[in-house]
Design a binder for this molecule. Sequence first.
Ligand SMILES: [Zn+2]
Length: 256
Amino acid sequence: MKAIQRMNPDDHLVSAKELKDVVAFGRKCSKTAFPNPTREGCPERARLRAMAHRDPRLTLEDLPIAHIVRCSPCFQEYLHLRRMSLLVRGLQITAASLVVLAVFVTAVLFVKDRISGRGEPSVSQQKQQRSEPQPNVVTPRPAVPVSPIPIKIDLAAFSPTRGDEKQDSRKKLHLPQKLLRVTLQMPLGMEPGEYLVRLKDSAGTDYADIRALGRINDGTTSVEVDLDLATASPGNFTLMIRPPGLSWRRYPVVIE
Ligand SMILES: [Zn+2]
């Protein structure tokens, strides 16, 4: 572990190859070579998940590599999460190519239509003609089970804390245990720019750590982030937001 760390002294970012090596090594050692029924010293599931998703912000120190290769339950869990991550990515690619296909077919139909039809159709006719063939193309089967649910949160309605003060008495954000596309509407006066958004569980472990661009529209800045809460355990979380040039704001969240 120490040796691996020294190999990468500048940024400690984990390369895909290093992770592959871990998996290959683990496979060699078999899945049951290191039973750990009491799960002693096991890392948080969130950390395994981040590792399985190849979170590019992870550093080697963050990764429980040394533990995983010596703990069969963790190793199996990692393999499982990794498979899920690849599966989700595969589905996203499938969804994207379906959209491309749909747009392409629609364009072809539209061009054919214009060539065969006499005269210039009006704009409204064009729109109708374009949208009509689409449903047949897009829905060969509902192969897109993982499209995020859009949610809008007006943070002006919630009061943040800047330190570690008690949060019990305050209004909590309730989020469903789903894949979400959250639009965070910032309180008035918040500048557009780079926002940092984190979601921590009650143990203080990062569940999500996202950089996003705050855009201003009609005087209010909003930030859009995707939060995959499908695998989050229900309970109390803390949503942390750092507007550009300002300190962290904390909002209590309940995932249910
Ligand atoms: Zn373990």
